[in-house]
Write a protein that binds this ligand. Structure first.
Ligand code: HEM
Length: 452
């Protein structure tokens, strides 16, 4: 399987005018490495703070430094890469400012908010640390191929640790490796209208192989990322401003734009749940996370959809997660969601050996994605649940503002929340079960066909 999307693969797909312009040869990652610095020295004042960020956070002097910044114009940003870099720099500065004190800051100053809101607007992203800022726009690599984890590292971190760099790099390598299957699956969708079983079956087999090669990568997280460093030293800085009352942000954060203008904003924090790749996989396989919402409780699960009055449930939130992706990626997923459905094709196929093979391949692909989610859940246990039960090392007790709020009841793992603001264990379990469930629904159809 190629590691990048090649011209050859793209030219083969017909049903997709303009679709590939919304992504790159690396899928949802940029086509080339993100900029290491904004080329215009006008932006030096931002870059200098970012250079010193871990030390400024340790010494709790970040706010002092940011308060000295002028409100810079974004008019001197010339290319998409520059806009992406500006957005990423401002995300780090904003989260450092909010969480880098003895108590969180309820106000973001105009020197951050004014350019941050403009950069967010330009990229179709919210003004908060997103997966795009932390991962897609924040890495460097030994070469132009981003599929080797050992060649990747983050450009910037909050903690200055290799652990944090490795954590961000892991998401990059998964995006890079997982992207190769995108054209194959788009061609499979094309093939549905011709009832081309062979193409769809082969694509599903390739997808199962591709995903099953991503899963062992998750095991490599522990090579360089210590769960205690993750949980105490940098996860708190990824937290958003939504559901953060316990951490001292009952109203979210006020984005002060100067001259009496501004707005309170409640936004979710950075999470790998904002990966467009995994949402693409769900879409092409027809994994429906909304089904459970109708009943409030997942079918076959005892986990209730815990929702405060007026709040959205986990399953409704899944569709909102797209708003945390870059505009073109949102559009890409929207267009894919309108295409023919592989799942419908699998379910409607008449009984024949070709259909049997198709169904088996569909089950294998959904199982591979379910297994990925299962491995991910185990990682969440190692990196969130276990450290949450251990006492915080004294070194980190000061920075742990947001962790307090990410955990509404220290004694109950089920009540832990993710940086994205979800109640994490029921959410992840439901996401996994929905995935396995899509394949099992086909298997049960086969059984009932045999019984008939
Ligand atoms: C130490 C490593 C990781 C931890 C502790 C972790 C933790 C979490 C948590 C707590 C959530 C709950 C939702 C939220 O808070 O937004 C989540 C969701 C998610 N994470 Fe991770 N994550 C890790 C690595 C990864 C990696 C490398 C990927 C690769 C793409 C990933 C993909 C996802 C996805 C797709 C979701 C949404 C739920 C789903 O679709 O199954 N995570 N993660």
């Amino acid at each position: 399987m190629p590691s990048r999307i090649s011209d050859f693969q793209i030219s083969e797909s017909e049903n997709t005018p303009g679709l590939y312009s919304l992504i790159s040869i690396n899928g949802f990652l940029p086509a080339v490495k993100p900029l290491k610095r904004l080329p215009d020295t006008y932006y030096q004042q931002w870059e200098r703070i970012l250079d010193d960020l871990p030390a400024l956070l340790r010494e709790k002097t970040i706010r002092h430094e940011v308060n000295k910044l002028e409100v810079l114009t974004t008019a001197r940003l010339n290319t998409e890469r520059e806009w992406q870099r500006a957005y990423m720099v401002l995300c780090f500065l904003a989260h450092g400012y909010i969480w880098g004190g003895h108590t969180p800051s309820e106000i973001l100053p105009p020197a951050i908010t004014v350019p941050f809101l403009q950069a967010s607007d330009h990229l179709g992203l919210p003004p908060i640390a997103t997966f795009a800022a932390l991962n897609l726009f924040n890495f460097t690599s030994a070469g132009e191929d981003f599929t080797n984890l050992d060649d990747l590292k983050a450009l910037h971190t909050f903690s200055g640790t290799e652990d944090e760099s490795w954590f961000f790099a892991m998401s990059v390598v998964i995006e890079a490796r997982g992207a190769s299957i995108i054209p194959t699956m788009l061609q499979a969708i094309d093939a549905i209208k011709n009832h081309d079983y062979e193409t769809v079956t082969r694509a599903l087999d390739d997808m199962a192989t591709c995903i099953s090669q991503l899963t062992p990568l998750l095991d490599r997280m522990s090579e360089k990322c210590d769960p205690m460093v993750f949980y105490h030293q940098f996860r708190p800085y990824l937290a958003g401003t939504k559901n953060m009352a316990a951490a001292g942000l009952p109203n979210g954060v006020f984005y002060d734009e100067g001259n009496g203008v501004g707005e309170w904003r409640h936004l979710r924090g950075g999470s790998n749940g904002q990966s467009s790749l995994i949402q693409f996989y769900d879409l092409v396989l027809g994994v429906d996370h909304a089904s459970a919402n109708k009943h409030g409780t997942r079918k076959g699960s005892s986990a209730p959809a815990k929702t405060a009055p007026g709040e959205l449930s986990f399953y409704e939130e899944v569709s909102l997660v797209r708003l945390y992706m870059p505009g073109p990626h949102q559009e890409f997923l929207r267009r894919v969601s309108q295409m023919d459905k592989i799942k419908d094709f699998v379910h409607s196929a008449p009984a024949s050996p070709a259909q049997q093979r198709l169904r088996q391949s569909y089950q294998d692909a959904t199982k591979a994605l379910g297994d990925f989610r299962q491995a991910h859940m185990q990682m969440v246990t190692r990196y969130v649940i276990v450290p949450s039960r251990k006492p915080a090392p004294s070194l980190s007790s000061e920075v742990n503002l947001a962790t307090a709020s990410l955990q509404s009841d220290k004694s109950a793992a089920k009540d832990l929340t993710g940086t994205g603001g979800t109640d994490l264990i029921p959410f992840l379990r439901a996401a996994r079960d929905d995935t396995y469930g899509a394949g099992l629904a086909v298997a049960s159809q086969d059984v009932s066909a045999i019984k008939r």
